[in-house]
Design a protein around this ligand. Structure first.
Ligand SMILES: NC(=O)c1ccc[n+]([C@@H]2O[C@H](COP(=O)([O-])OP(=O)(O)OC[C@H]3O[C@@H](n4cnc5c(N)ncnc54)[C@H](O)[C@@H]3O)[C@@H](O)[C@H]2O)c1
Ligand SMILES: O=C(O)[C@H](O)COP(=O)(O)O
Length: 526
């Protein structure tokens, strides 16, 4: 296995990959074309924020299984293109939190005390004390937009300086904010009252230029702004104008709309303190993120559970112990359905009953979809792209949590509606963690979901089962188990056979001709 490292990462991470038997090629500062030419030889790529992993690169990466970001932001990776190709995108979400929060505080303190212009003046030969009188943080209001990992750390640091913290984050509860000592406020309230405002959210359609001329005008005179998150969240031109007009007293900017950059009107203003995207650039953070992303890449390449994938649901290890047998069961239910329905699939409803229903069931539903598409899409569908394949095909997927476990500790029922009808299967995990199918449509049964199976709805009358046995015998296929489910004597019934070998298409056709057999499907669960 080979990993291509496109941006500078700590040796500690590279050692982890090498110790796992992975060949590591470090090729820095490559153009898109250069990467396109070589990426086909690699199963994994590692980047920081410099190298852009574009759709072209992803399309050329025929063996790519994972793109690792040694850091937080994945806006330099075309995650959608990776997802559609079934490539895991993972990051190192925690390793540089403290580094970025400390840089934010550095900017805040430096702005408050005018350290940058004062230092420059002194080095330029001016002993100008009164010109560089600053303000204190104590007693001031800090507005934090984005109360995730870094925003939360900044809140803690700033409280230690005696600041009052106002926070805005539509995805954070009042309870969590209260625990952090943050007062949740609207954006308007923050703009009206904050002495310092710092942004800590990802760059999205919603956050791009979310602080522009209109918002700056709503702010308190003399406000100081900090952006150590992503370039473009604060509109650079609007900021420039607001500083020149005197509305904004200062700004600390670590990230820019266009990177790298060595030219910006902001660089000409002494009230602006700039750093070249140094938020994560501490020795400690670089070791942390390199280790985290490398371990994640080893896990992906070894087929283990991924912890920090941004495009698949990750499962905590303790939950994984509960989920593991059900992930296997539900994938098999999906494969069973995928091979037994007629017509094109329009809707999938999965009902979960029992203790399982307490958890986020996204990984289980994804596993079902992966299994359902597997017979038609083979290896082009995986845990990463299965929900997107469903969406792309216009298939509606929903989950229901119910209480009725029918005496099993957990029961999963999947119902698939197609252009030609509905198929429903229910299953659970029984002895030795084996997945069992307990119901097909209205028929109750109990069959282990494995190996080669035949599903044959038929009329409940003599000689049909015998006819099926004769055909299989003629093809030298041994029957291991057989279960027949029926609801009304003489009505319709279903036969589910477990057989010891693959059933050739010819045999399936012959089985379908047995008088009284309504349909025959061969299910391969090997
Ligand atoms: N300067 C650097 O070198 C550096 C280093 C690390 C991280 N970062 C960047 O800092 C930012 C925050 O990183 P993090 O690790 O704290 O991420 P995080 O995911 O833990 O937190 C981001 C927070 O932003 C919130 N959010 C999303 N949209 C929002 C909106 N419209 N308004 C308000 N809040 C919103 C989310 O709910 C979340 O709580 C990211 O953009 C990351 O890329 C920069
Ligand atoms: O999102 C991040 O983790 C930071 O922006 C750090 O980027 P870097 O790894 O290029 O320093």
């Amino acid at each position: 296995m080979r990993v291509l490292v496109c941006d500078k990462v700590s040796e500690k991470g590279i050692q982890i990959l090498q110790n796992a038997g992975i060949t590591v090629d470090v090729k820095l500062k490559q153009t898109e074309d250069e990467i396109v030419n070589i990426v086909g030889d690699y199963q994994a790529v590692i980047v920081r924020s410099e190298t852009k992993i574009t759709k072209r690169i992803i399309e050329a990466g025929n063996q790519l299984k994972v793109i690792g970001r040694a850091g937080v932001g994945v806006d330099n990776i075309d995650v959608e293109a990776a997802t559609m190709k079934g490539i895991v995108v993972c990051n190192a979400p925690e390793g540089n939190t403290i580094a970025a929060a400390e840089l934010t505080m550095s900017h805040m303190l430096a702005l408050a005390r005018k350290i940058y212009p004062a230092a420059n003046a002194l080095k330029g030969g001016q002993w100008a004390r009164s010109k560089y009188t600053g303000v204190e943080l104590k007693g001031k209001i800090l507005g934090i937009l984005g109360l995730g990992k870094i925003g939360s750390e900044v809140a803690k640091f700033a409280q230690a300086f005696g600041m009052t913290i106002y926070g805005y984050d539509p995805y954070v509860t009042e309870e969590r904010a209260k625990n952090l000592g943050v007062e949740i406020k609207s954006l308007e309230e923050i703009y009206a009252h904050a002495d310092f405002i710092t942004v800590h959210m990802p760059k999205t359609k919603e956050t791009y230029r979310m602080i522009s001329t209109e918002q700056l005008a709503m702010m308190k005179d003399g406000v100081r702004l900090i952006n150590c998150a992503r370039g473009g969240i604060i509109d650079e031109e609007a900021l420039y104008n607001a500083i020149v007009s005197g509305k904004v007293a200062g700004a600390g900017i670590d990230v820019f709309e266009k990177e790298p950059t060595t030219e910006s009107p902001l660089f000409g203003l002494e009230q602006v303190l700039v750093t070249p995207h140094l938020g994560a650039s501490t020795e400690e953070a670089q070791v942390n993120v390199a280790i985290d992303v490398s371990e994640e890449i080893v896990r992906v390449l070894h087929g283990e559970v991924v912890r920090a994938a941004v495009n698949i649901p990750s499962v905590k290890p303790e939950l994984m112990a509960i989920f593991a047998p059900y992930l296997d069961l539900i994938e098999r239910l999906g494969r069973f359905i995928g091979q037994t329905v007629n017509g094109s699939i329009e809707k999938v409803t999965i009902s979960y009953a029992g203790d399982l229903a307490k958890h986020n069931l996204n990984p289980l539903t994804t596993s079902f979809l992966k299994g359902m598409f597997k017979p038609s899409l083979q290896d082009s569908v995986n845990f990463v792209n299965a929900p997107h394949v469903a969406k792309q095909r216009g298939i509606k997927v929903s989950e229901i949590k119910t209480g009725d476990t029918e005496d099993y500790s957990n029961l999963i029922t999947a119902t698939v509606e197609t252009s030609k009808g509905t198929r429903s299967v229910a299953g659970t995990v029984l002895r030795r963690n084996r997945g069992h199918i307990l119901r097909v449509d209205d028929y109750n049964l109990n069959v282990e979901l494995e190996g080669h199976m035949i599903v044959a709805p038929h009329y409940d009358r003599p000689r049909i089962i015998g006819g099926i046995g004769t055909v299989l015998g003629e093809h030298e296929i041994n029957i291991a188990h057989m279960h027949v489910g029926r609801n009304v004597v003489g009505g319709e019934a279903i036969a589910i056979l477990s057989v010891d070998a693959a059933v050739p298409t010819e045999a399936v056709k012959e089985l379908a001709k047995v008088d009284g057999v309504l349909d025959v499907k061969y299910v391969d669960l090997t």
